[in-house]
Write a protein that binds this ligand. Structure first.
Ligand code: FMN
Length: 284
């Protein structure tokens, strides 16, 4: 299947498939990002997962050595923590010096950092959890917005909506391309998001269950073995206390393959889903 849309053109990638940011120490690094980019998606390095800017600079070089395809950098901003615009200063300089073309901001208002990259001619994409924040950041100049549904991982906002509402209803309110996130983990979720109006998908839990993700096997097996029928787990996912654990995407993840296999499977099965729709007289 050939993908050619506003997102693949903006990012310079083969597939509109983006790997989520991971702020846990040592996880959102070149090991996963370069693998995703090399397989045709967009990998992301997450600044807050590094010990210091030197380690980040070294890892940008590692990513470049591992792939000649585009990858991005995420700047996670958290209110009332050390992760402010100022904290990111040195990481911003390195990202600009290294000529990285796409940056993501997330969580808190990313417009100060975003505008600096836009002034330098880069793509700026912001990730947020509510429709209100998506509308606001689009007005501040973001080129696209990742909207994370209630069923995704990350800290919850009381005004958060589901991925379905985000992509259908919010689509009419947000004036820039929307990227879907939140419990997407297979080809049906991928095709479904595109059908709902997203220009691409952004996935965290799925890429954690890969060989390249830098975490103990035990954690990956937890994703594979997690039952979404477990009411305690379900409450945690939808509760306000939810931190960086895996999402309900675990319901469609049953192995820990290499990234290349994950992306090839997504694309091949997306073709099968489209063929199924065509056999019903749809999507001709
Ligand atoms: C272990 C873990 C760490 C994460 N750390 C960050 C982070 O530092 N910054 C951020 O913007 N998002 C972070 N996220 C959220 C993901 O980037 C992404 O938005 C989320 O995983 C999408 O939902 P999904 O897991 O259902 O695909 C993290 C997610 C996980 C699972």
């Amino acid at each position: 299947m050939r993908f050619d849309n506003v997102l693949t053109r903006m990012l310079g990638v083969r597939y509109p498939i983006i790997q989520g940011a991971y702020g846990w120490p040592g996880t959102g690094t070149s090991a996963i990002a370069a693998a995703v980019s090399e397989a045709g998606g967009l990998g992301i390095l997450t600044t807050i997962c590094y010990k210091n800017p030197d380690q980040f600079a070294e890892d940008v070089k590692q990513a470049k050595a591992a792939t000649d395809k585009p990858f991005a950098v995420n700047f996670t901003l958290m209110k009332d923590t050390k992760f402010t615009n100022d904290w990111h200063e040195e990481y911003i300089r390195i990202t600009l010096d290294e000529g990285i073309r796409t940056v993501f901001t997330s969580a808190y208002d990313g417009s100060v950092i975003g505008r600096r990259f836009k002034d330098a001619g880069c793509n700026w994409i912001h990730k947020c959890a509510t429709i209100e924040h998506a509308v606001s950041i689009a007005k501040k100049g973001a080129d696209a917005v990742v909207l994370v549904g209630l069923e995704g991982t990350g800290y919850k906002n009381p005004n958060q909506n589901t991925t379905l509402i985000n992509m259908t209803a919010a689509r009419r309110l947000v004036p820039v391309p929307l990227i879907a996130a939140g419990s997407i983990g297979d080809a049906r979720g991928f095709v479904g998001a595109l059908a709902m109006g997203a220009v691409g998908v952004y996935m965290g839990t799925l890429f954690m269950a890969t060989r390249e993700f830098q975490a103990p096997d035990k954690l990956k097996q937890k994703i594979v073995n997690q039952s979404i029928l477990d009411s305690d787990y379900n409450r945690k996912i939808y509760g306000q206390d939810h931190g960086g654990r895996h999402s309900l995407a675990c319901g469609v993840i049953d192995s820990v393959p290499p990234v290349q296999t994950v992306i090839e499977t997504l694309v091949r099965e997306a073709e099968e889903v489209m063929a199924e729709l065509k056999s019903w007289g749809m999507a001709d």
